[in-house]
Design a protein around this ligand. Structure first.
Ligand code: NAD
Length: 283
């Protein structure tokens, strides 16, 4: 059984991204920035923003946290996005979700210039993904692909079963697998016999948010298991896959923590660099 180590994948991409940012700075005199917009004091959002800033700075990318108060109006938020869209130093805008319930999230997201939408959430980038045009892909599905690439795991002709159909993970993941010529099945809370569907999978990707949902008996011997889930159980972070049990059957498996999550933030930075490359031929 091979452990698919997300930390190694993140380190590999981190080194490359750091080199590219250095080239941009030295050869072009551009000091690129990532703007992270946080609304209110939702603890996970504040923590994620701070960790994103640290990761960005670790590869030499400036990160600006734009902290807005909980009661900020939609118009005020739209103005902030407009200012960031127009700021030539800003190459990526990351909006921490969820936004307060009083705010129409999709309206704010869609105000982000699609060329700075490094989380791939604008309607324009969603359309790009589904039509196979160049654009930004949400960072978690992209992290899954980065792990498969790093370990030379091809999806062509494989039966891939994705558990979860959210807009940010399950659905874009299905599209990326299709674009790699996999035969894709998407399961969800109303799937009748999850075990039977999973048992035929060459690759299982779990993105649900339920600890222990995928057990060893659901895994075809030798299958690749990608665990996207993040759950807190008795003070510990675990995925959706019962790891010990699954590792006995899987051919390769991602751990939690240290799997997909370790690569996700790096993919945002990867997208910032891609955005710079699209506006300039330096990279
Ligand atoms: P979500 O709540 O939006 O979607 C969960 C999906 O799971 C839904 O489509 C639902 O139909 C499905 N589901 C629920 N119960 C099910 C069941 N019993 N059987 C089959 N399907 C079931 O969640 P999300 O935002 O897609 O996140 C999914 C998980 O991935 C969460 O644990 C989240 O914390 C984690 N996550 C991890 C990363 C990362 O970087 N590793 C990033 C984003 C989300």
């Amino acid at each position: 059984m091979q452990l698919l180590n997300g930390k190694d994948v993140a380190a590999f991409h981190g080194k490359r991204i750091a080199r590219q940012i250095q080239v941009v700075r030295e050869k072009k005199g551009i000091d690129p920035e990532l703007a992270i917009v946080v609304v209110g004091d939702d603890a996970p959002s504040v923590m994620y923003a701070a960790s994103m800033k640290r990761t960005a700075e670790s590869v030499g990318l400036n990160a600006r946290i734009c902290q807005e108060k909980e009661g900020v109006g939609e118009d005020e938020l739209l103005l902030l996005i407009d200012r960031l869209n127009e700021d030539p130093a800003v190459f990526g805008i990351l909006l921490m979700m969820p936004l307060p319930k009083s705010i129409d999230s999709q309206r704010i997201i869609n105000r982000i210039d699609s060329s700075k939408d490094v989380d791939g959430l604008t309607d324009a980038n969603i359309a790009n993904l589904y039509t196979g045009r160049e654009g930004f892909v949400p960072c978690t599905p992209q992290a899954v692909m980065a792990i498969l690439d790093y370990y030379h795991i091809s999806l062509s002709g494989k039966e891939v079963v994705i558990i979860g159909r959210s807009h940010v993970v399950g659905k874009p993941l299905a599209q990326l697998c299709l674009s790699r010529n996999a035969t894709v099945t998407v399961c969800h809370s109303r799937t009748n016999d999850l075990k039977a569907v999973c048992q035929r999978a060459d690759v299982i990707m779990a993105a649900v948010g339920k600890a222990g949902l995928v057990t060893g008996d659901m895994i075809k011997p030798g299958a690749v298991v990608i665990d996207v889930g993040i759950n807190r159980v008795n003070g510990k972070t675990v995925g959706d896959v019962a790891f010990e049990d699954a590792a006995l059957r899987a051919g390769a498996i991602t751990p939690v923590p240290g799997g997909v999550g370790a690569v996700t933030t790096m993919m945002i930075l990867e997208n910032v660099v891609c955005g710079i490359a699209r506006t300039d031929t330096i990279l």
